[in-house]
Write a protein that binds this ligand. Structure first.
Ligand code: URA
Length: 425
C-alpha cells in the first residue's frame, strides 16, 4: 500500500477500504506518512467527503490505535457531554456539577481552546492551583469520592485524533463532517463512558454553519455510537451569538458560578438545564420530565453550586484566589437600532487577540482578559450606549473597530433567536 495512491483515490472521489484507512492512521501516527501527505489527504476528504462506512472505519482505526479507559470501577451508568465548540460556551462548568448533584457520575475529559473557540480546561486552569492532568487512578478515585471530575484528555486515548486535529487546524480542514464525526466519536468511545450527550453548535460561531449540515453530523455520530452500543443524543443549539455575557477564561468561571446560584443569563441557564436533564435522564434511566425536575431542584437548592466548589477544591483549585487582573474599556455604539446579527467568530477572534485564546497550540493564555457582551440579538441600542466591555492587558490594534463591526443593527426587532433547534437521538 502506498500513501500517494490513497491520496489520488480520494482526490478522484473513490471510496477507501478499511485496510487503506487503517494503513493511513498507523503510518501517520508512527511518522512514516508525513504531515504534508496527510494534509493533502485531509483536504481531499474535506472536498470529496467520505461515505458513512468510510467514516465508521476511520473512527474505528483511530479508536483501535489508542487505549480505551476502563471505567468499570465507577458504579452506575457513566454519561459524558461534548460540545462541538463555540464562543462563551461555559456549559460544562454548569452542567457537570448539576448532573453530579443529581447523583449521576460525571467522568469528564475536556480540551483546550484553539483559534476563536474556548476550551473548558483553559477556563478551569484560570483557578489558581487547579490540577488538570490527573492520572487514571486519581481520575477514577475522584469520580467515586466527589461524583465529578474534569481532566485534560489522556494522551494515550485516541492519540491519532490529537495529531490529526492539530494538522486540520492549520490546513483549513476543520469543518469536514466525516473528520469531525470521527474526531469526536473516537475520543468519546475511548473515554469509556456508556452514553453521550453532544451539544452540537450551529451558526456563524460554530463549525456547522447550517442546520442541514448539523443534522448530517448528528445522524452520523448517532450511527457510530449505535454500532459501538452507545446511546448518543445530539442537541442542536444556536451559536449565532456568544453564549451568556462573558467570553474569556476567569470571566467565564465567574459567570458559571453566578449561573449556579441562579443569577446567570437566561440562555446559558436554560441550555445547561436541558443538557443536564438529558444526561440525568440517561444516567438514571428516568423520564426526561422527572430528570428536569431533579435538575431544577438541585440548581435552586444550590446543591449544584456546592458540588462545583467541592470538585474544584478536590482538584486543588482555590476559588477564593480567582482574580481578574486586567484593565477595562467600554466600547460604545456609534449607531442606533436593534441588534439583528452578531458575527460570533469575530467576537471569538477579538477575545483570542486580547490573549484569552491561542492562535497556535503553544501560545500562552492571559486568564484575566476577554469580553463582556452588553448587547445581544434583539436588544435595542442607542448611540453612545455600551456594546461590549473589553478586559485587556495589552493593546490590540483596531480592536474597537473589530468589535463594532461584529454588530449588525437594523430598524426593526427580528424574531427572538431560538436557543435549541432540534434534539436528535
Ligand atoms: N470537536 C472535536 O473534538 N473535534 C472536531 O473535529 C471538532 C470539534
Amino acid at each position: 500500500m502506498n500513501i500517494i495512491d490513497i491520496i489520488n483515490k480520494k482526490r478522484l472521489n473513490e471510496e477507501l477500504s478499511s485496510d487503506e484507512i487503517q494503513f493511513v492512521i498507523d503510518n501517520f501516527l508512527n511518522g512514516t506518512i508525513k504531515d504534508y501527505q496527510m494534509s493533502s489527504l485531509l483536504m481531499a476528504i474535506c472536498i470529496n467527503g467520505m461515505s458513512d462506512e468510510e467514516t465508521i472505519n476511520l473512527t474505528n482505526s483511530m479508536l483501535k490505535i489508542g487505549k480505551t479507559l476502563d471505567l468499570s470501577k465507577i458504579e452506575g451508568i457513566k454519561v459524558d457531554k461534548h460540545s462541538t465548540g463555540g464562543v462563551g460556551d461555559k456549559t460544562t462548568l454548569i452542567v457537570g456539577p448539576l448532573v453530579a448533584s443529581c447523583g449521576v457520575k460525571v467522568a469528564k475529559m475536556s480540551g483546550r481552546g484553539l483559534g476563536f473557540t474556548g476550551g473548558t480546561i483553559d477556563k478551569l486552569e484560570s483557578i489558581p492551583g487547579f490540577i488538570s492532568n490527573l492520572s487514571t487512578t486519581k481520575f477514577i478515585e475522584q469520580v467515586n469520592k466527589v461524583g465529578m471530575v474534569d481532566s485534560s484528555a489522556n494522551s494515550q486515548l485516541a492519540p491519532a485524533d490529537k495529531k490529526i486535529y492539530a494538522l486540520r487546524d492549520v490546513t483549513g480542514t476543520t469543518s469536514s463532517i466525516p473528520l469531525i464525526a470521527s474526531s469526536i466519536m473516537s475520543k468519546k468511545l475511548a473515554s469509556g463512558v456508556d452514553k453521550i450527550v453532544i451539544d452540537l453548535k450551529v451558526g456563524n460561531g460554530a463549525l456547522m454553519k447550517t442546520l442541514e449540515d448539523a443534522r448530517k453530523l448528528a445522524r452520523l455520530m448517532i450511527k457510530i455510537g449505535k454500532i459501538h452500543g452507545k446511546e448518543v443524543v445530539c442537541i442542536l443549539s444556536n451559536m449565532n451569538q456568544p453564549l451568556g455575557k462573558m467570553v474569556g477564561n476567569s470571566l467565564e468561571i465567574k459567570e458559571a458560578m453566578e449561573t449556579l446560584v441562579g443569577k446567570g443569563p437566561e440562555d446559558i441557564t436554560n441550555l445547561s438545564i436541558i443538557i443536564a436533564s438529558y444526561m440525568v435522564s440517561l444516567g438514571k434511566n428516568i423520564k426526561l420530565n422527572e430528570a428536569l425536575s431533579l435538575v431544577r431542584e438541585n440548581l435552586n437548592n444550590k446543591n449544584a453550586y456546592k458540588k462545583f466548589l467541592e470538585f474544584v477544591s478536590y482538584q486543588g483549585g482555590n476559588i477564593n484566589k480567582l482574580q481578574i487582573k486586567s484593565r477595562k474599556k467600554v466600547i460604545l455604539s456609534d449607531k442606533e437600532g436593534f441588534v439583528s446579527k452578531i458575527n460570533t467568530e469575530k467576537i471569538g477572534e477579538a477575545s483570542m487577540l486580547l490573549g484569552a485564546g491561542r492562535k497556535n497550540i503553544y501560545d500562552d493564555i492571559d486568564y484575566s482578559v476577554g469580553l463582556e457582551i452588553h448587547k445581544k440579538i434583539g436588544d435595542s441600542v442607542r448611540i453612545g450606549e455600551p456594546l461590549v466591555t473589553i478586559y485587556y492587558n495589552k493593546n490590540v490594534t483596531n480592536i474597537d473597530e473589530m468589535i463594532k463591526s461584529a454588530y449588525t443593527l437594523s430598524d426593526n426587532i427580528k424574531e427572538e433567536p431560538r436557543l435549541i433547534y432540534e434534539i436528535l437521538e
